[in-house]
Design a protein around this ligand. Sequence first.
Ligand SMILES: Cc1ncc(COP(=O)(O)O)c(C=O)c1O
Length: 391
Amino acid sequence: MRPAARMTNLPPYPFARLGKRISELKKTGMDIIRLDIGSPDMPPTPEIIRALESSVEKAETHGYPGFTGTPEFRQAVATYYERRFGVRLDPGREVLSLIGSKEGIVNMAMAFVDPGDLVLVPNPGYPAYAMGTCMVGGEVYELPLLPERGFLPDLAGIPASVAERAKLLWLNYPNNPTTATAPMSFLKEAVDFAQRHNILLCYDNPYYELVYDGHQEHSVLEVPGAMDVALEFNSLSKTYNMAGWRIGMAVGRGDAIAALAQVKSNIDSGVFQPIQDAAIAALTGDQEWLKERNAIYRKRRDMLLETLPRFGMEGYRSSASLYVWAKIPPDQPSSEEFASQLLEQAGVSIAPGSFFGSQGEGYVRISLGTPTDRLAEALERMEKAVLLKQR
Ligand SMILES: Cc1ncc(COP(=O)(O)O)c(C=O)c1O
């Protein structure tokens, strides 16, 4: 059996490949500490879990839940956006439930990209932007995120011929993998760019509530005029420790939401209602607990930033996200080889920067979503492995 030709443009998801190797090593009895994926290690609050439990007990919550999110879920999202960001959304037209934001991100290409269309994608960046584009025969135009520019793309430097052909612009701050944040002035520049070139700005915002040091993050829809040119992709995965539950939302420009909903209604059948009910509890409940949770991430970030230089690594200090983005020791041949050595020799799995694009080479991404004592142990193992090799 011959798979479709488009599969040649679609390499296996790098984390799926890595997960397979980790399973093999675990079968040999090796204890692996996973710092590669951005999955929170802590659970959601008891209130969120109880909301799931009480919804699942009801006879009427087990049928098909509808395609776009229950009216109650969409209203909860709209109320949340108004309270959290001062952004007004029409829950009927400007909010759509997603089976996790990754699903919506990939399906955007189905809704908007024809073969040969250009999509502007950050490099390094979350792989789903480029993969979705490739799946439908679109062309990716990479926007390098460079440390000297604070990992913000040079929108003004995009050639006019490229901007004119582009259909979508993907941006994501707090950024995965670089952890950089974007000032409001940059969000305004991005909205202005999208307006001038008739591009749909797709702002992927799953990390806005993972912030430290008193930092505050924004929705792109706060920018005046953004509702006319932007969709924001949001997720309960990281904000509420619900990564396995698979629920997120797209919000913003109504006709773009309708196009995505039309694609989705032909592909999936919505999010299980008890999960939507639990998401409502998360969005409408007391948000104070996020501060304590973030204090734990901050402690882990600080531990990494302090320890990495002991063995020749340098972490980028950011006040947001679930990761530390760090330069590999200077004597290492590549980020993938370095990560592979740590996995095979020390049982510590970190994500090579090259998983996120060519500009990620020379870096690794280390997740903060691992219990603090295991993170400390991982750092000890890494130190030993790197120093041993340097001797
Ligand atoms: C930048 C970014 N966008 C989207 C996602 C997808 O999140 P989910 O599908 O769990 O909502 C992730 C997950 O790691 C991410 O890092």
